[in-house]
Each structure stands twice: as C-alpha cells, then as structure tokens.
Design a protein around this ligand. Structure first.
Ligand code: ARG
Length: 459
C-alpha cells in the first residue's frame, strides 16, 4: 500500500513511478532515516501522542530494521517509493499496525530535510579528513624542497625564481580556505527541521529543541515553512566542493604541465601514471587529467541545482528531490579523487636539475631594476633602463652575466662592478624574506604556520 493512496481510485502510472520514485538513490539515507525515526518516536511519546509502550514497540522495530540495513539484508519492495516509505512499510510488517502511529505530526518534508542534513554533516567530517591528508602530503613534499629553485610563472611566462616548496604550499592555503568553508557550512546546516510538519509546524506538544539535541543537531529551525524547503546546505556544500575541485584542477594543470618533457620538472610515480596503448614512450598524468575533468561535473552540479532552486514557490516542492543525486555525486567524486591526488603528491619526484636548468637570467630582470632602486633610482625609471638592458642582451644573444660592466653603464652610470652579484638565482630567492615570500627562511615560517594549522583544526 502506498503511503498516500486513500484519495486515489487508480494506482500510479508505471512511467510516473519510474520518474518519481527516489528509492534508487535515497536508500543511502537509510541509517539517518531510522535514527531520525527512533528519536521522533520518543518525542511523540513525550508529547503523549503515543504511549510509552507504543514507543517501545516502535523503537524495537526500528532497531531491528537498523540491524537489517547494517547487515545488508533489508529487502526493498517494488512498491517502495522512497527510503521513508520503505522503512515505514517494513516497520508495520515487523510490529503491526501500531507502526502506523510513527508518522503522526510528521511529514516526509521535514523528515527528508532532517535525514539529508544528518547525512551531509557526516560526509563533511569524512571529507575534512581527506583534505587534511592532502595538506599533509603537500607539507611533507614542501619540506624536501625548501631550497629547490624553479621558475615561477605569470601568464605562464617565466617571471621570477621561486622555491619549489613555495609552489607546493600555495595549494595548501587554498585547501585551508576550502576546509574553513566546509566547517562554516557545517555549523550553519546543523539545525534540525524535524517537527516542522509539512509546512505549518506540528499541532502536537513536541519539544523540538530536545528532539534537535537528541538527533545531534546544534539547534532547531525557527520557521517551519522555511525549514522544509531550505536547501542552502546542499547548495553551499556543492559550492565548496566545486571550488575545491577548481583548486585541485589548478594543481592538476601545474602537475600535467611540469611533468611534460618540455618542462621535465617533476615525474609522477609509476603507480600513478598511465601509458598509451599505441605509443610505447607515453607517460600520462591521467589522475590529474581526471581531477581537472571531474571538476566540470562538480561545477555542473552546483549550477544545475541552483537553477532548480531559483524559481521555487514557498514550501516543499518535488523539484527539491533533485538535491540528492547532485550532492551524492559531488561527494563521491571528491571522495574518490582526494586519496589519489594525495598519493600523487606524496610520491611526486621533483627534478632539481631540470628546474635549475629552466632558470634563465631574464627571471632576474626585476632584481636588476631593484639594484638601481637601491641606488636611488625611482622604480619606474629603473624598469625602463632594465628594459633597455634586456633588449641589448637579447640583441647580442648573451645573458646579463656575460655583458661587460661598461655595457651596463651605457644605460645608467649607476651600474657598477657589483651588478654581477645580481645574477644569482639562489640569492634572488633568498632576498624575498618578507612574510609570505619565497625565501627559504620565509617558507620555513610558512611551513610552521601550516603545521600549526593542521594540528589545531581537526574537526
Ligand atoms: N523523496 C522525497 C524527496 O527526496 C521525499 C519528500 C517527499 N515529500 C512529498 N511531499 N512528496 O524530496
């Protein structure tokens, strides 16, 4: 018997059922659904809607169902529309008609909103651990490369030398923000909608604050009409995952590029590289391409679901059922991706020599301008003078360090013998000691801050 069949003479059309039934995906909410019902049974007994004895019977039945789910022996039936109806159907099978009292004052609208929040809260804790593992891998790799100098890029053109540790840690801080956003969303979604009924609240004396606490929520919702249709927690989580995907995708792009033989800066471990069925020499960075590629669907789920939400009238609408497949898929995608990316980073080999060879003295042009600045030349003028030096060295086809001091002096009399000291990549890096800079000493304090962050902010 469907849960709402009383007012209909005909059974629901089969094609509509295939479209409407959410059991194929919302069965993932089974544990949350039963957990919610156990506490709900207590709450309505407390409100004297059912007797303590009835509540006991219901809870015993629900415990058996929980056990069936845990042992994976729960049998779904074709008539089950969604996880909520399946559990209720089974409860009545197990304990008889008294099971039909459980849904008093409750609607699937407040029920599903409760179940799904509980599920997302759980997942956030799990994802947070996975992100943390990736952060730890970035730190461990950075520790090895505090003194490895590589070209840094802007516009993907060689810009200034940086340390490889600085490059690696740049992703650490993106992930810090992602974790903070997740935690922020976690607190905001920790609000129980249960006891909101279908839209207008419940006429029974349910202590919603106690019910919320028993369910593990921080607090309860203030407006039943909002509570049943609020899916901000889904949209926010989709956003955080889409943005984190965007960060992973950017990391992926760097790794793909730097592992290209034209760069040759890094090599992926054999276990995390793939070959070509045709070209024997190929060594592809598939895991990183997948990170980049799958970010497309993370962004897709976010825009898709916001589009679902934007035109909805007040209260629950069936459109909201779209929330689950989107978020399930985003969570699964990220959960599958993170351990692989973590392993790629942990096993990545950085090729110090190749990185060093890729450094050209052009990358020191800014330092050359700074040399003049230190002698009192306004930066704008120094920039212009060094631009002329760059042109001159390009025309002569020799690097800065091979020019005569007299050649420098044709562009500015302030150039002196000590100009040659500028052409030292390590020295250039070591100069950037201001907080947040690329100098090994600055990166050392960055690393300390990173380690501190990791040890403090565990969920
Ligand atoms: N399967 C539904 C969902 O996921 C459950 C809520 C159904 N509510 C309703 N009034 N039909 O949103």
């Amino acid at each position: 018997m469907a849960l709402w069949g009383g007012r209909f003479q005909e059974p629901t059309d089969g094609d509509l059922r295939a479209l409407n039934d959410s059991l194929p995906f919302d069965r993932r909410l089974a544990l949350q659904d039963v957990h919610g019902s156990i506490h709900y049974a207590r709450a309505i007994a407390d409100a004297e809607v059912i007797t303590t004895d009835e509540a006991e019977q219901i809870i015993t039945g629900l415990r058996q169902i929980l056990d069936e789910f845990e042992r994976e022996v729960f049998e779904f039936q074709t008539s089950d529309e969604d996880i909520h109806t399946a559990v209720e159907r089974r409860l009545i099978e197990v304990i008889g008609q008294v099971g039909g009292k459980l849904h008093t004052g409750r609607s699937r609208n407040d029920q599903v909103a409760t179940d799904f929040r509980l599920w997302v809260i759980d997942q956030i804790t799990r994802l947070d651990v996975q992100i943390r593992d990736l952060q730890a891998a970035l730190i461990a790799q950075a520790e090895q490369h505090l003194h490895t100098v590589m070209p840094g890029y802007t516009h993907l053109q060689p810009a200034q030398p940086i340390t490889a540790a600085h490059w690696l840690l740049s992703f650490f801080w993106m992930l810090v923000r992602d974790r903070e956003r997740l935690q922020d969303a976690y607190h905001r979604m920790n609000v129980s909608p249960l006891g909101s009924g279908a839209l207008a609240g419940t006429p029974f004396a349910i202590k919603r604050d106690e019910l919320a606490q028993n369910l593990g929520f921080i607090t309860y919702s203030q407006n039943s009409l909002d509570a049943v249709s609020d899916r901000d927690f889904v949209a926010e989580t989709l956003f955080v995952l889409a943005l984190m995907g965007t960060h992973l995708s950017r990391l992926a792009e760097d790794v793909i590029l730097y592992s290209n033989p034209a760069f040759g800066f890094i090599q992926l471990d054999d276990r995390y590289s793939t070959g070509s069925s045709l070209m024997p020499q190929k060594r592809n960075a598939d895991p990183m391409e997948l990170a980049r590629g799958k970010t497309g669907r993370l962004i897709g789920h976010l825009t898709g679901f916001l589009t679902t939400l934007k035109g909805l009238p007040s209260g629950y609408n069936k459109d909201l059922q779209e929330d689950k497949e989107a978020l399930f898929d985003s969570v699964d995608t990220v959960a599958k991706l993170l351990p692989v990316i973590t392993a790629v980073i942990a096993t990545l080999k950085l090729n110090r020599d190749q990185m060093h060879q890729a450094l050209s003295e052009d990358l020191l042009a800014t330092d050359l301008a700074d040399y003049l600045v230190r002698k009192g030349v306004p930066f704008r003028q120094a920039h212009h003078v060094v631009g002329q030096v760059v042109r001159h060295s390009a025309m002569r086809g020799v690097p800065f360090s091979q020019l005569e001091v007299s050649e420098f002096q044709t562009f500015s009399p302030l150039f002196d013998q000590d100009v040659l000291e500028v052409f030292d990549f390590r020295a250039a890096v070591e100069k950037r000691v201001a907080l947040g800079g690329t100098a090994p000493s600055a990166v050392q304090s960055q690393l300390e801050a990173a380690r501190k962050y990791l040890s403090h902010l565990i969920n």
